[in-house]
Write a protein that binds this ligand. Structure first.
Ligand code: NCD
Length: 311
């Protein structure tokens, strides 16, 4: 397959399809091998990657800056935009044009939904979406799809349980769309009634042959899950803080709960967690969020940077 990512923006889960995913998984395998055997390569020597983050980040920022450097590239790490000209009133368009004159690609995280997609048209260099508000987080979904693929090379007959703030969680919205491309049997979306999956995602999943259950009971369905994906209730996306307080501890994954699950079930969470998974679950061999999922973040982001900057 010719490299469809070369010199392209990477903005949306729409770019993660049943045709491109195997191509990406193969490249991620290669990067994993490089890191394990050599630690690094010089394939992007002389290139500069800018990481421009208008929202807090630990893992996405660390793994992208590490990925760039392990590929031999340099970085412009702009983590705290309150130190930039944005504070003087500069527009996002001008910021992105300026940074593009000093870099070969820009990883951009921004609190406004669709802002990353919208600003890409003004950029002189490829833009990678590092998370746009409550909308999408496509690089996170890619690393999660890869992690799941390593445990379930085919999703045929599988049931995927998503638990938490389905309305605001960009990782759950994005992963739902990407896993639908991998054709599982069933999605079980677990959330309080007020945080159900938004209609745009429901409609896009309905185009696939996937059974959908929407419920507010984790206990009732835990025994069916092959993959359990949880995410925190997204405090910063609530208009009413009282509403968040009421709902924040509604689903907690505990040893008692997962004792009812399949021994082959895997548990993912993008982190940070703020109480939705008990630390007592961390030592369970099914808990991939504690290490494997985060290690795959590095390999995945290396693969993407390489494919975008090198044919
Ligand atoms: C997530 C994000 O930023 O959306 N974290 C991440 O990128 N690893 C999840 C979250 O903030 O809840």
């Amino acid at each position: 397959m010719p490299n469809p990512f070369f010199k392209q923006h990477f903005l949306s889960t729409d770019q993660l399809t049943k045709d491109t995913l195997p191509f990406l998984f193969h490249e991620i395998d290669t990067m994993k091998e490089i890191v394990i055997k050599e630690g690094k390569t010089n394939i992007l020597e002389g290139r500069i990657i800018a990481c421009v983050f208008f929202e807090p980040s630990t893992r996405t920022f660390a793994s992208f800056t590490s990925a760039a450097q392990r590929l031999g590239a340099g970085i412009i790490p702009l983590h705290d935009m309150t130190n930039s000209s944005v504070i003087k009133g500069e527009s996002l368009e001008d910021t992105i044009r300026s940074i593009g004159c000093s870099s070969d690609a820009i990883v951009l995280r921004h609190p406004e939904a669709y802002s990353v997609q919208n600003v890409a048209q003004y950029s002189y260099v490829p833009i990678i979406n590092g998370g746009d508000g409550g909308h999408e987080h496509p690089t996170q979904s890619l690393l999660e799809a890869y992690t799941i693929h390593k445990h379930y090379p085919s999703l045929e007959g599988t049931t995927i349980g998503f638990v938490g703030d389905l309305k605001h969680s960009r990782t759950i919205r994005s992963l739902s769309k990407v896993l639908a491309e991998m054709e599982p049997k069933k999605f079980i979306w677990v959330s309080p009634d007020s945080l159900k999956m938004m209609p745009d995602v429901v409609d896009s999943i309905k185009k696939h042959n996937i059974e959908i259950i929407e419920t507010d009971s984790m206990e009732k369905y835990i025994g069916e899950f092959d993959v359990m994906y949880t995410n925190r209730i997204q405090k910063e996306r609530f208009d009413d803080p009282a509403e968040y307080e009421k709902i924040k501890d509604v689903f907690v994954t505990t040893p008692k709960l997962i004792a009812e699950a399949k021994s082959t079930m895997i548990i993912l969470n993008p982190l940070p967690r703020v109480g939705e998974i008990s630390p007592l679950v961390d030592t369970d061999p099914r808990a991939l969020y504690i290490k494997e999922q985060m290690q795959n973040a590095l390999y995945t982001r290396m693969a993407l940077l390489k494919l975008i900057l090198k044919d």
